[in-house]
Write a new protein. Structure first.
Length: 321
């Protein structure tokens, strides 16, 4: 097998949803895919790639969350990649670690014979990505509507796709405008989640709990709520990393915010946390996202997350970190 000629891929990045989407795009249609969570690796998974399917379709193996691969799985993958099946794609997905890099052991296995690829989507590219996804699904999404979705729902790709599907069902055949986005998500993005984030990151625990309870009573989509929290947290991380004396207008531009008042409010909230605390909370958000997508109840996951946010950092009225 010549260098980089095996149908083997290591995809790495921050978002599990984007990683899985990229993996399925690589694998393509009319392929019998076996999807395995790395932590559930039992042995023999690569052997399935060489076994003809009942109806003659090509086979593929997709392994998610590869940072959890056991040692025996790495040995099996190394043996397979020494003589891979040319027609059967093997796709490994791994989220980035603390240093923001792909797992070194997997890179060493895949890079000599396959492809190692980073999967990322910048904040500025989200509206265009949504518009392209809408077109592929037969929807017409106005540019200002795509931007409104990001502003309302947040930056989490899975939550944005879910919101897009809701719009497609609610306004089938119509051109989706900013006004329709506001009508569909009125109260969720523009008021309740905003209020929840303001209270939680302002360390008003009782107020944050009340806001969350109102959302849960209204049967708000848990992923959309989590997306709003994640979006606010990313904004605060950007603000916290910038010089404290930067004027509000300059701060807004540097942090990617639309308004000066946002810059002032987010700076006040960011001062309640050290950068390390915000990074730790980001990890909690990632864990909550993974748990909810694995079937955990939002009624349990979201209250624990909100309590962690509102309970960390500098006490209200205390000395900023």
């Amino acid at each position: 097998m010549s260098s980089r000629s095996a149908p083997a891929y290591l995809l790495w990045g921050e978002d599990p949803f984007l990683l899985r989407e990229a993996a399925l795009e690589i694998i393509g249609p009319d392929v019998q895919v076996r999807e395995v969570d790395a932590a559930a690796w039992s042995g023999g998974e690569t052997g399935d790639l060489a076994t003809p399917s009942l109806f003659g379709e090509r086979r593929a193996l997709l392994v998610t969350d590869c940072r959890s691969l056991p040692e025996r799985a790495l040995g099996e993958l190394a043996a397979y990649l020494a003589a891979p099946v040319p027609e059967s794609p093997l796709v490994l997905c791994a989220t980035v670690g603390e240093r923001g890099r792909a797992p070194g052991g997997l890179v060493k296995l895949v890079e000599p014979v396959g492809e190692v690829r980073q999967v990322a989507l910048a904040r500025r590219d989200l509206p265009g990505w949504l518009a392209a996804r809408a077109r592929a699904g037969g929807m017409e999404l106005a540019p200002d509507a795509a931007l409104a979705l990001v502003e309302t729902v947040g930056e989490d790709p899975a939550a944005l796709v879910r919101a897009l599907e809701q719009l497609g069902s609610a306004f089938a055949g119509a051109r989706i405008t900013r006004q329709l986005v506001a009508r569909q998500f009125r109260g969720l993005g523009d008021q309740h989640v905003w209020d929840l984030c303001d209270r939680a990151f302002g360390r008003d625990l009782p107020g944050a709990v009340r806001s969350l309870q109102a959302l849960l009573r209204d049967r708000a989509d848990g992923l959309l709520v989590l997306g709003g929290i994640a979006s606010r947290l990313r904004d605060l991380l950007r603000v916290r990393a910038l010089p404290d004396r930067m004027p509000p207008a300059e701060l807004a531009r540097a942090a990617g915010l639309r308004f000066e008042w946002q810059a002032r409010r987010y700076r006040e909230q960011a001062r309640r946390f050290t950068l390390e605390e915000l990074v730790r909370l980001h990890a909690r958000v990632v864990e909550a996202d993974r748990a909810m997508k694995s079937g955990a109840s939002e009624d349990l996951v979201l209250p624990m997350l909100v309590s962690a946010i509102a309970g960390e950092g500098t006490p209200a009225g205390g000395r900023p970190a």
